[in-house]
Design a protein around this ligand. Sequence first.
Ligand code: SAM
Length: 428
Amino acid sequence: MSSTALGNHILVEFMNCDPHVMNDVAAIERDMVGAARKAEATVINSTFHHFSPYGVSGVVVIQESHLAIHTWPEYGYAAVDVFTCGDMNAWIAFDHLKACFGAKSYSAIEMKRGSVNLLTRNDFDITSAREKAAEWRNPDFYTRNVWFTDKDEDQALSLRFTGDVFFDVQSPFQRVRILESTKYGKMLALDDMVMTTIKDEFHYHEMISHPSLFTLQNAKNVLVIGGGDGGTVREVLRHSNIEKVTMVEIDGEVIKACKEHLPEIAAAFDDPRLELIVDDGIAYVKNAPDAIYDLLIVDGSDPVGPAEGLFSVDFYQNCYRTLKADGILVAQGESPKFNERAFAELNQTLQGIFGKENAPVGLFFVPTYPTGMWSFQYGLKGAADPRKVTNTDAIKSFVAEKGLRYYNEDIHFSTFALPNFVKQLIQQ
Ligand code: SAM
């Protein structure tokens, strides 16, 4: 560092970069830390945040100061700061980032910071501070704060993740990623939405399956639309009375990612009672014969992209048609506190097709979904009604035998006890 200034600051405009890289928080964190290391800086901490729907901000704190970045993927643009003091050559970091971001053009300004001519030095004993710092500093260790955010325009859920990406494929339908969150373990994200995590998946998968199966008591033939992570069919196939489960998942990459990286969830894909079909569930139900299913489970993602049609009247009219006389439909129902409109509209659709009294809503908690309050919405074609179940002893022994961690005979009923604001939202 020159004798005249304390620091050196390079302000960089990287342009015409790869928009996907500009939107990839894990890749950007890796490259920014890599740039610091390439310039032989000592990394202390990295904090990176991915904004939904796009954009990344982050900073790498180094012993020699910092590197910071803000990206605009929609412009293929990144604003980068490399601030250094000491002997570090910041241009080495610049070259590394230019290559990593595939920047086809750039501009950079270098400026001296902290001109010593303008500063007065205080009597500060630097040696003891340096010695103290050397005691605790482990050059290989640095704290990483890389955040994954699932949000709408008003609220968000952020999960800190390790920055490691185990699977990342842009399929014809969506971006399929397996990440590792520090609190909830490995997780499946589709586009920028949390689908399931190792630590709380059982909340969702036990509640989407067991209430209906104990209502029907002797279901044989089940259809699952979506559910590519495999958690729903795993729970359904725990019931020995089940003879056949047909699972229709539109995206083979989801199945592949979960088989490889979430084997605890994708545990039943080899069950001989399971027929696994990679196809659009909307078309599949449209072409399905009348009155063949005891239970139809719609384990779909949010009403965007491939799953939009899983919230349509047409789709549910076909679901009704393909259910047996006493059949039950259960659908991932969004949340009365997140996507309220989709939540309320879905229930109106089910009331319209199954009847006002035959479209109950079950609420449950899943911490890694925005607001944590989520729902399954039911369509009851015949007399079979989960609110009128009496075989609680059977539930008790099944829960004990299978070691279920969410569902039990009390939760079976409490899930249908709705707060007043939810009753108003669905006019029930
Ligand atoms: N628990 C999650 C939630 O609440 O959002 C859903 C999990 S599951 C992974 C959702 C699956 O539905 C995804 O694998 C997605 O590919 C699949 N899917 C979306 N649209 C579909 C369609 N039209 N037909 C079949 N599967 C579909």
